[in-house]
Design a protein around this ligand. Sequence first.
Ligand code: HEC
Ligand code: HEC
Length: 301
Amino acid sequence: MKKPLKIIVASLAGFVVLVAAAAGVVNRLADRKLHRIVQLPPLQVTFAPAEGQLQHGEYLFNSRGCMECHGAGGEGLVLIDDKDSGFFVRTPNITRGSTSPARAYSDTDWVRTVRHGVKPSGEPLWIMPSGDYSRMTDADVGAIAAYVRSLPPLETEGAKIGIPFPIKAAYVLGAIKDAAAEIDHTAPATESVPDELLARGKYIAQGCTGCHGEHYSGGKIPGAPPAWPAAANITAAPDSAMARYTSAEQFRTMFRTGKRPDGTTVSEVMPFKSLAYMSDAELDAMFAFLKTVAARPSGQR
Ligand code: HEC
Ligand code: HEC
């Protein structure tokens, strides 16, 4: 081999070794972050039984995305299987079956997982958008828990999560955070669902913030598979997607059909299977609230 070529080959080999070593380090660091113990203020919740709780729980389970991600029976399902990037997510069984991490959940465990994004072990959840649920009342979490506990126990496969290297690296560097790292764990729980229309709309629209951003200006969804489109700006900005919706009626129709007023289709990344369950009253409250959200340029989250 000629000398320059030798140098090139040697440095290429060195580069490959370096990349492999870096990948090993990223994997170890990501693993460490995923298995860290999240410090929470002392939590002790006992749900009060309430009239109509099971029905309310079923409504929330269906309309808030639990059903879309965990299956109608809580059995768990393959949520993401992106062959190009190697992104794979199978969600856990959350019934009382023996393969479910939630089989023996206490009331406090339900609050810790749903509202704080933290497992009973103290480790963070990674994919589940607990930030969307972080403002839920005890009564709403309690209703969901009562409904899930009422589902027949199933013995399906456990959760499986495969994260592509670039997303893992961004997670290690802190450019992408898990929900537990973003939630303000010391904020007091919402005491009751507000009666006033706009406040109620805001309470419900918390469930849109994981994708549309805490200020509703949308943009690339952090940690999402590369193929997903950016979330729309849904503030009151002139170029916001909300400008297309001049009546609550049109807004409801989009939620129920996945189609814009001009008949074109909104990306299925919007979780329409769940959103179609939302009641007229909830959609109207959310529509009224979104029309008051301070304008912001798109993509400023
Ligand atoms: C976008 C999909 C998604 C949505 C929406 C979602 N989950 Fe999850 N959930 C997951 C994934 C993925 C996991 C596995 C843990 C993780 O995120 O790393 C999980 C884990 C869980 C666990 C088990 C945690 C443990 O102890 O290991 C429970 C219980 C749970 N979810 C309940 C719910 C409930 C109740 C709702 C609705 C309020 C909900 N999930 C909404 C994706 C989702
Ligand atoms: C899992 C992520 C996700 C969640 C959760 C989500 N959205 Fe979206 N939404 C998107 C994406 C992505 C788009 C852009 C779709 C496109 O470009 O076709 C979008 C588009 C929209 C649009 C614009 C539709 C149009 O006319 O183009 C509105 C309005 C909207 N979402 C409202 C909401 C509201 C309100 C909620 C909460 C109840 C919500 N979304 C929850 C991801 C999400």
